[in-house]
Design a protein around this ligand. Structure first.
Ligand SMILES: [Zn+2]
Length: 556
């Protein structure tokens, strides 16, 4: 009976291509029910997952759950790592859903993890007339870091004052002219010539424009410049404000909505992760230091920070010099460990496996801190459920697509978009022709009382991406009010970033900003399941169209 039915189906498929495609899509849409979406979201965003922080137990549970679902839906594992390592199954050594002979849906890689330590030293050494004085400063009292240390380093070095550490060829200004900083500690001020007086000529000449954020970025770039020049450390001094207040401890408990605790609520991870790479040479300490440190460095030298600022505002000429009788000793201690991170990858092989479409969302979040679980329901259990659901819908069509589909749950997005970056650096054989990203698709912003607003960011030169989205939103009566955001290079913010860097066309759905973003209150009961389901349907229809039709994202 069953065999007879399949045979009939096959003949039917051959003779009525169009009808069968419509029928297949209907089958796909049928499995995208609000109930199924709700069920998966509630589990993935439950306290059992402990906030799904990369490197912790909860995320491994989440990964195993996603892999199990892929297996239930009948997806093939898309495990490219076995090609890299030379034999299959290597990635199974950690147990979980991939244990033993079971299918391996994991793309594993190592990440270095550094944790905050307060074991750092900074001392100023003054050598005069054959005597030597060492003044030791305390971490988190007199100095902190502008960067995040990733390796332990120690040494004693000569010191050079380099003004603002600024090089601006357009106005012929170079704080590094006439001094060598290679192998030395660089002391520099935050700001630029004339920054204290907005009416000064210097201010108008050097004003970098932009907002506080762009100014901050510029300061970070100047630290990078010092590294390029060969400095072994940077000591940055804020002259317009006293950073001592930043180090001051509060004695009360913190109350922020759902949150109450002894430490401030974390808005991002307290540790840092990065690819081990082959070199540590570019990692140097960038200290931010109080005026006490700055004064100890300049007392008895020809440099006075106040005099320099007044003078450079007038002359607009640098006055960099080595601080002859001074040396700086520092010891930076970093606690590191190596963790295993896992992307979860499922695949539906197409008739033409050289052409690949990728649907992805990050499944990691911030973990748990100080008794609070950061469930990350909207960010981004919601997107992960969309990926799993679209995979299920594609399988439910019962049709082998023309092109290959890869479904990806990315790890370590919250640690710096690392999972998707690893994938694009270790891609499957073939051509990735488009990437669909989901990040935060279940909430409504303040202006969206009826739950219809969302955005689609996409690679501008591939306007068919917008056409396809518009077509299905209308044709299937999804009723979404989509703000289309074409961008030449839509980088930043989420996992589409890595694909953009590889010149792969991307489109990226997001629902709405809300106050629970990166807070413990990002709970599944606040999700707009109806909206989330509609966004999932739209993704399925678009991606299925691209996997089978001619409306590929061709450059316009
Ligand atoms: Zn996030």
């Amino acid at each position: 009976m069953k065999r007879f039915f399949l045979g009939t189906m096959l003949i039917w498929l051959v003779f009525s291509g169009i009808y069968s495609q419509d029928n297949a899509i209907k089958k796909g849409l049928d499995v995208l029910s609000e109930q199924a979406v709700r069920a998966q979201l509630d589990f993935l965003a439950s306290d059992w997952m402990e906030g799904r922080e990369t490197g912790e137990k909860g995320i491994d549970m989440a990964a195993d759950y996603i892999a199990s679902m892929f297996q239930v839906y009948g997806l093939q594992p898309a495990d490219f790592q076995k090609d890299r390592d030379g034999f299959a199954g290597w990635g199974n050594r950690r147990g979980g859903a991939g244990t033993g002979d079971r299918m391996n849906y994991f793309q594993e890689f190592a990440l270095m993890k550094t944790e905050n330590s307060d074991n750092h030293e900074l001392a100023v050494i003054t050598e005069t007339h054959g005597s030597r004085k060492t003044t030791r400063f305390a971490y988190s009292n007199d100095f902190g870091f502008m960067n995040r240390p990733i390796i332990s380093q120690e040494g004693e070095f000569p010191v050079v004052f380099v003004g603002y550490g600024l090089v601006n060829k357009e106005v012929d200004y170079d704080d590094y002219a006439g001094v060598t900083v290679k192998g030395k500690v660089v002391v520099r001020l935050i700001g630029f010539p004339g920054h204290r007086d907005t009416t000064s000529t210097a201010y108008k000449k050097f004003h970098p424009g932009g907002n506080e954020w762009t100014k901050y970025r510029e300061e970070l770039d100047r630290n990078e410049l010092a590294i390029e020049k060969g400095a072994v450390a940077v000591i940055a001094v804020f002259t317009t404000r006293d950073i001592t207040l930043d180090f001051a401890k509060n004695v009360f408990r913190y109350n922020f909505g759902d949150y109450e605790g002894d430490v401030p609520p974390v808005s991002s991870h307290t540790n840092r992760m990065y690819f081990p790479g082959d070199t540590v040479s570019k990692s140097i300490p960038v200290f931010s230091a109080t005026h006490r440190v700055a004064n100890e460095l300049t007392t008895g030298t020809k440099v006075s920070l106040e005099t320099f600022e007044k003078q450079v505002q007038e002359t607009m000429k640098p006055d960099s010099r080595e601080l002859r009788d001074k040396r700086v000793y520092f010891r930076q201690t970093v606690k590191t460990s190596v963790i295993v991170a896992r992307n979860v990858l499922g695949m539906i092989e197409g008739k033409n496996p050289d052409e690949i479409l990728v649907v992805g969302a990050h499944y990691d979040h911030l973990g748990k801190y100080d008794g609070n679980v950061y469930n990350g329901s909207d960010d981004n259990a919601s997107g992960t459920v969309a990926v799993m659901s679209i995979a299920r819908a594609c399988m439910a069509t019962g049709i082998k697509p023309e092109r290959t589909l890869i479904f990806a749950a990315w790890t370590a997005e919250e640690k710096g978009l690392l999972g998707s970056e690893f994938f694009t650096e270790h891609p499957p054989a073939g051509n990735i022709i488009a990437y669909l990203n989901y990040d935060m698709i279940s909430r409504n912003d303040d202006t969206d009382s009826s739950g219809v607003k969302c955005s689609m960011t996409y690679t501008q030169s591939f306007s068919t991406l917008e056409d396809i989205s518009r077509k299905y939103n209308e044709q299937c009566g999804l009723g979404l009010q989509i703000q289309y955001k074409p961008r030449e290079k839509p980088t930043g913010g989420s996992d589409h970033n890595a694909f953009v860097h590889k010149n792969i066309p991307v489109f990226y759905y997001m629902a709405g900003w809300h106050d629970d973003y990166h807070k413990p209150g990002d709970h599944p009961e606040k999700a707009d399941i109806d909206k989330m389901t509609r966004l999932t349907k739209l993704g399925f229809l678009s991606i299925w169209d691209m996997a089978n039709g001619d409306s590929l994202p061709a450059r316009q």
